[in-house]
Ligand binder design. Structure first.
Ligand SMILES: Nc1ncnc2c1ncn2[C@@H]1O[C@H](COP(=O)(O)OP(=O)(O)OP(=O)(O)O)[C@@H](O)[C@H]1O
Ligand SMILES: [Mg+2]
Length: 246
């Protein structure tokens, strides 16, 4: 269980995350919903200790969760699969690099693990595909590779930060289904960051709503749709209802 206590992050004068606290249970899928600039990504980066924290604590199973240990247990996939892969290295080299770092595997064992990870994310002919360069992969395939890299260290928690916004709707659905499938199969918990309420409904059982760096509402997804409490949440729900009715 991950526990975030009173986390705050400032960038100069911008208070990007203000006193945020929440719990993430094992195997839970928690959504973080909020408009652009509300502090969602900064919160995720703060949990991973990738930005400077002004105050607050992160605990794992009730104990201080040292920044140096977080990388081994929490993985993150980002919005943009197009810039996350290095164009000058093959897909295989990039997966093997992670496998070497995190699992201390080398040579053929790293290669076998890379192939296994590509199979896990349903890339066909992984034995051939590891020799391809990123430009030979479609956007959806690149995002599958990013997921494979994120899962290389067998994380307990996967943070997915808008992982499908750059993809068209069909591919978006495939990637979301893949994340759900892998979550069940491997048993990690997920923090799903998005401004899209539809995605939260599909992927998550509980949701935190963020506005201007603060959590303004926390609810079960099943409840929030019928009885949103905060005006901002109401607006989001109404927008979705209009879309669904169209
Ligand atoms: N590296 C940075 N330096 C200065 N300000 C930053 C930095 N990163 C984010 N901010 C500011 O912090 C606030 C929160 O940004 P953040 O990227 O966390 O929002 P977000 O909810 O992830 O938005 P989006 O949905 O657009 O990804 C914004 O006001 C943003 O301009
Ligand atoms: Mg963001």
């Amino acid at each position: 269980m991950l526990e975030v206590q009173n986390l705050s992050v400032n960038f100069d004068s911008v208070r990007a995350v203000k006193n945020v606290s929440f719990l993430l249970q094992n195997k839970e899928a928690l959504g973080i919903l909020g408009e652009s600039g509300s502090g969602k990504s900064t919160l995720a980066l703060a949990i991973l200790d990738l930005v400077k924290i002004a105050s607050g604590r992160v605990l794992l199973d009730g104990r201080d969760f040292l920044p140096s240990d977080r990388g081994a247990k929490i993985s993150m996939i980002f919005q943009d699969p197009f810039t996350s892969l290095n164009p000058v290295f093959t897909i295989g080299e990039q997966i093997m690099e992670t496998v070497r770092l995190h699992q201390n595997l080398s040579g053929n064992r790293a290669k076998d693990r890379a192939i296994e990870l590509l199979k896990l994310v349903h890339i066909h002919d992984p034995e051939d595909k590891i020799n391809n360069y990123p430009h030979q992969f479609s956007g959806g395939m690149k995002q599958r590779v990013m997921i494979a890299i994120a899962l290389a260290c067998n994380p307990e928690i996967l943070i997915a930060d808008e992982p499908t916004t750059a993809l068209d709707t069909t591919i978006q659905k495939e990637i979301l289904d893949l994340i759900s499938e892998l979550k069940e199969k491997l048993g990690f918990s997920v923090i799903f960051i998005t401004h899209n309420f539809g995605i939260i409904r599909k992927m998550c059982s509980r949701v935190l709503v963020m506005q201007k760096g603060e959590i303004v509402e926390e609810a079960l997804v099943a409840d929030i749709f019928s009885s949103p409490k905060h005006p901002y949440t109401k607006e989001l729900v109404d927008n979705l209802k209009v879309l669904n009715a169209a």
